[in-house]
Design a protein around this ligand. Structure first.
Ligand SMILES: [Zn+2]
Length: 460
């Protein structure tokens, strides 16, 4: 059945409009958008409407340890010591635990205004490192959680074969991650089938592949896997140049920096999402921008892990594309990601409104536009815009909140991003289906109590 939604104002591709009517078909696709239209609709939306924000980088299981790696070990903590703590946390997770964690996490994402998540899942095997009877079990647990909560989903099963450059054998702590080309292809095939076969979710689901990093694959494996997945994977995501040590190891191995090596060896194009790309020089930044790949920026995680700063001004000056992700789940807030992205640059450059330009002078609005357009590309889903032919993924902001008093259009988005921390998202729709009403999900009590029980039982 078709539905119509009437919004007092909405952010469309050409900017803000008043009295907007959105018609959505029974499969959740936008069929028409009319402006200055007061004719009656099935659903009245009570505040300004903006497209839902794609979250393009998530490791669901890391939600379980958010806040538990903030105690100093006394030994100059870094990304690498955090990684050891994370490995210890994930050792005992099984598919049921992961489902409970992912369901709570995705619920929190919806409440914050994310309407889709790209799940970069590298836990594949059981706690001894043996494949489950259904080898894709762990990613399928995330897919099921997304489907049950109602968030759009890009499955990114991770290809992880080695522990370092030069095909270095995997460590014992990585035993749950490890696959070769053939075992990986079985996982990808099963997820592809699961995405396509769920009649009520297929349009909300897409599939990509995720070589974990250049540490975890070699040239031959990456090349073979890209060829094998060419017809079924919409996107390719990879962690790259997150840490200085990774750049040093890459230089020692190939005399090239990670981004330099990847762009030299592979046809990196608009299907690719380079996650972090923190330690990149100007030549690399310009080359990524030319490739049309999206850079997946995760500012709260990059800050939490002490990664460093991406050269956003140079990238934006070269029309680079970026999107945002919650990554380690230290924060589940697109507002916080976008705000920290800008604040990091302000602190580095001792300037204000670094992300804005003469053509796009509103900082919050500019950042949001990038997260929507880049997010659509990197998630491999037709989302991120309220326009004909896209998914009906949109969110309603709280018009009665004091923070938005007297605000409209781009000032409203700037205030949404920069003026406070309590959520301004009241209602959320994914594929035309309402999943959050007045800030809550209809199964929230059950989802949250199961999560609390699971976390308590894990006893971290
Ligand atoms: Zn990550």
């Amino acid at each position: 059945m078709n539905h119509t939604f009437q919004a007092p104002s909405a952010l469309l591709e050409d900017g803000w409009h008043d009295a907007v009517t959105i018609a959505v078909n029974s499969d959740g696709w936008i069929e028409s958008v009319d402006v200055d239209n007061d004719s009656p609709a099935d659903h009245l939306l009570n505040g300004p409407v903006i497209p839902g924000i794609p979250n393009i980088h998530s490791h669901a299981h890391q939600r379980a340890m958010a806040g538990l790696a903030e105690k100093a070990s006394g030994n100059r903590d870094s990304f690498w010591s955090w990684r050891e703590a994370m490995y210890r946390t994930v050792e005992t997770l099984d598919p049921d635990n992961l489902y409970d964690i992912a369901r709570q996490l995705y619920l929190e994402m919806l409440r914050a205004g994310y309407t889709s998540v790209a799940e970069f899942q590298y836990l594949h095997h059981d706690i001894n490192g043996a494949a489950y009877q259904q080898p894709a079990e762990m990613t399928l647990a995330c897919l099921q959680a997304a489907r049950d909560v109602g968030i759009g989903f890009t499955a990114l099963p991770v290809l992880y074969a080695y522990s370092g450059f030069g095909s270095k054998p995997a460590e014992s702590a990585q035993r749950r991650f490890i696959n070769n080309h053939d075992t990986y292809m079985r996982i990808v095939g099963d997820i592809h089938k699961a995405c396509r076969s769920s009649a009520d979710f297929a349009d909300n689901c897409s599939l990509g592949i995720a070589p974990h990093s250049l540490r975890a694959v070699d040239e031959q494996l990456l090349s073979d896997t890209l060829a094998s997945c060419a017809d079924i994977a919409q996107v390719v995501h990879i962690h790259i140049a997150e840490q200085v040590r990774e750049v040093e190891e890459s230089m020692a191995f190939s005399s090239q920096r990670p981004v330099e090596w990847l762009l030299d060896k592979f046809d990196v194009n608009e299907r690719w999402c380079l996650v972090h790309a923190t330690h990149t020089n100007t030549t690399e930044i310009e080359a990524i921008a030319r490739s049309s790949a999206v850079v997946g920026l995760c500012p709260t995680t990059e800050a939490n892990l002490g990664d460093g700063f991406f050269d956003l001004p140079t990238f934006m000056a070269n029309n680079g594309r970026f999107a945002i992700g919650s990554d380690s789940q230290i924060s589940i807030s697109p507002v916080e990601e976008l705000r920290w992205l800008e604040y990091g640059q302000r602190l580095v450059h001792q300037l204000r409104n670094v992300s804005a330009s003469d053509d796009s002078p509103h900082t919050g609005q500019t950042l949001l536009n990038h997260a929507l357009v880049g997010g659509r590309q990197a998630s491999g889903r037709d989302t991120g815009a309220i326009t004909v032919g896209k998914r009906a993924d949109f969110i309603v902001l709280d018009n009665n909140h004091p923070r938005l008093a007297g605000r409209s259009d781009s000032n409203l988005i700037d205030s949404f991003i920069f003026s406070g921390n309590d959520t301004l998202v009241t209602d959320v729709f994914v594929g035309g289906r309402q999943v959050i009403s007045n800030g809550h999900h209809h199964e929230e009590a059950d989802i949250t109590s199961r999560y609390q029980r699971t976390i308590t039982n894990l006893g971290h």
